[in-house]
Ligand binder design. Structure first.
Ligand code: M6R
Length: 385
C-alpha cells in the first residue's frame, strides 16, 4: 500500500564531511577521536545559529513560526543515546516553553496508542536517521497529524525524507558504535531550538535566554578543559575495570546523564551497570551495594547537592567506592575520587558532565583490551525493528 504523507518543506543542504573526519588520525580508536572532536563538532552545530544580539536562526523553520502557539504537547521520540538526549533537554523545554514534554522510546511509543493530534509537536532524534523504530514512530505521528521535526546527523537520511522539517547536528561522521559526539551535538541543537521557540513565542524572560545563549557559546571551551585533564578518570577506570557492577546515580538533570553514562559502560566494557535517581536507591537497589561496589555520583544542581550527598553517604556506609563528578564546592566526605568540571547553567550541564563518563567507559574498555569501536552484538545503525 502506498501512503502519501502530505507536503514536505525541504531546502537544499550541502554535506561537509571529508576524509580527515573519517580516519583515526593520531588516535587509537574512533571512539576516543570522536570524544576529543566534541568541541569542534559542537562549534559546527552552533555555527550561525546563535547570535547574542538577534534571535536564533533556523531558516528551515520559517513556516512553523506561525503555529508555534498552537502546540499543547511535545513528544521527543528516539532510541538509545538519542533518547537520552531527549531526556536531557526535557526540563529546558518545559522551563522555556511551559509546554509538557514526553520523552518516549521509539519502540514503545508505536504500540501505546499515544495521544497525538494537530496540536502535537513531535521531535524525532536519530544520529543515523536510519533507525527502524524511530522511522516507524515518525510515520505514526504523521498519520495522526502531528507536526514533525527530525534531528539527524546524516544529510538525506531516511528520517529526514519523512519529516516535515529536518535539522542537522553537523557533528561530522560518527563511526564508533558507541555514540559520543552525536549525543552532545543533539543536546546542543535541541537547546538552541528550545531558545528559538521561546524567542518566537515570547515564553521566557529575556535574561534567561541571554544567559543560556552565552553559556551555550562557551560549552566547547569548557569541554576542552575537561578533556585536558583526564588523569583522575583514568586511575578510577583502572580500579573499576575488574568489577562486575557499577551504579550511576544523580538527581534531576544528573539522573539523565547517569542513564547515558550507564549505557556507555554496558556497551563497550560489558560490565553490568544501572542508572538510578539517587533518592530511589533506598527503595530497593541499595540492597546490592556491598564492599567495593563502584558508585558514580553526578552532582551539578546546587538545589539538590545536599540531598545527593546524603544519598552518597548511604552507599559509602555500605562499603561502596564512590567517584563524584561535580561542578559544586562540596563539603568534605568520604569519596574515593572527585572530578571537578566547569560550571554552567544546570539545564544544559549534561553536555559537560557526560564527558568524564564517556572517558571512564573508554578507559575501562581499553584496560580490558576490548574492541572499543566495534563492541559485540551491536551495530552502528539498527535498521530492523
Ligand atoms: O542512529 P540513532 O541515533 O537512531 O541510534 C539510536 C541508538 O541505536 C544508538 O544511540 C545506540 O544506543 C548507540 N549505540 C549508543 O551508544
Amino acid at each position: 500500500m502506498i501512503k502519501i504523507f502530505g507536503k514536505i518543506n525541504k531546502s537544499l543542504t550541502k554535506g561537509n564531511w571529508n576524509t580527515t573526519l573519517s580516519s583515526k588520525n593520531e588516535f587509537d580508536d574512533f571512539m576516543l577521536k570522536e570524544i576529543y572532536e566534541q568541541p569542534s563538532a559542537l562549534k559546527e552545530t552552533i555555527e550561525s545559529r546563535i547570535n547574542l544580539n538577534k534571535p536564533c536562526n533556523f531558516n528551515e523553520l520559517e513556516d512553523i513560526k506561525k503555529i508555534l502557539g498552537t502546540f499543547d504537547h511535545i513528544y521527543m521520540v528516539a532510541c538509545g543515546t538519542a533518547m537520552h538526549a531527549g531526556i536531557a533537554v526535557k526540563k529546558l523545554y518545559e522551563k522555556l516553553l511551559n509546554i509538557p514534554v514526553t520523552v518516549e522510546i521509539a519502540s514503545e511509543f508505536r504500540y501505546q496508542n499515544p495521544i497525538i493530534n494537530k496540536k502535537t509537536l513531535a521531535i524525532f532524534i536519530s544520529q543515523s536517521g536510519e533507525t527502524a523504530d524511530t522511522i516507524a514512530a515518525l510515520k505514526l505521528a504523521k498519520e495522526k497529524n502531528a507536526t514533525t521535526i527530525c534531528i539527524s546527523n546524516v544529510i538525506g537520511s531516511t528520517i529526514t525524507r519523512y519529516s516535515d522539517y529536518s535539522l542537522y547536528t553537523h557533528a561530522g561522521p560518527e563511526i564508533a558504535v558507541a555514540s559520543t559526539k552525536a549525543y552532545t551535538s543533539q543536546i546542543m541543537l535541541l537547546g538552541i531550538l528550545a531558545i528559538y521557540f521561546a524567542e518566537n513565542m515570547q515564553s521566557a524572560p529575556e535574561s534567561i535566554i541571554k544567559e543560556l545563549k552565552e553559556e551555550l557559546l562557551i560549552i566547547p571551551n569548557k569541554i576542552n578543559e575537561i578533556l585536558n585533564n583526564t588523569q583522575t578518570i583514568k586511575s578510577f577506570a583502572k580500579e573499576a575495570a575488574n568489577k562486575k557492577d557499577v551504579f550511576f546515580i544523580g538527581r534531576g538533570i544528573d539522573y539523565a546523564v547517569a542513564l547515558e553514562g550507564s549505557l556507555k559502560l554496558k556497551e563497550i566494557s560489558y560490565i553490568h551497570s544501572e542508572a538510578y535517581p539517587s533518592g530511589e536507591l533506598k527503595h530497593g537497589p541499595i540492597a546490592l551495594i556491598e564492599n567495593g561496589t563502584i558508585v558514580v555520583s553526578i552532582i551539578t544542581d546546587s538545589n539538590l547537592a545536599e540531598k545527593s550527598i546524603n544519598n552518597v553517604q548511604e552507599v559509602i556506609t555500605r562499603g561502596a567506592n564512590v567517584f563524584v563528578i561535580t561542578n559544586q564546592e562540596l563539603p568534605d566526605f568520604d569519596y574515593n575520587e572527585i572530578i571537578h568540571i566547569p560550571k554552567t547553567n544546570t539545564l544544559i550541564s549534561p553536555m559537560l558532565s557526560i564527558i568524564p563518563l564517556q572517558l571512564f567507559s573508554y578507559y575501562i574498555a581499553k584496560e580490558k583490551k576490548l574492541d572499543v569501536d566495534k563492541p559485540r552484538n551491536l551495530a552502528k545503525s539498527v535498521t530492523v525493528e
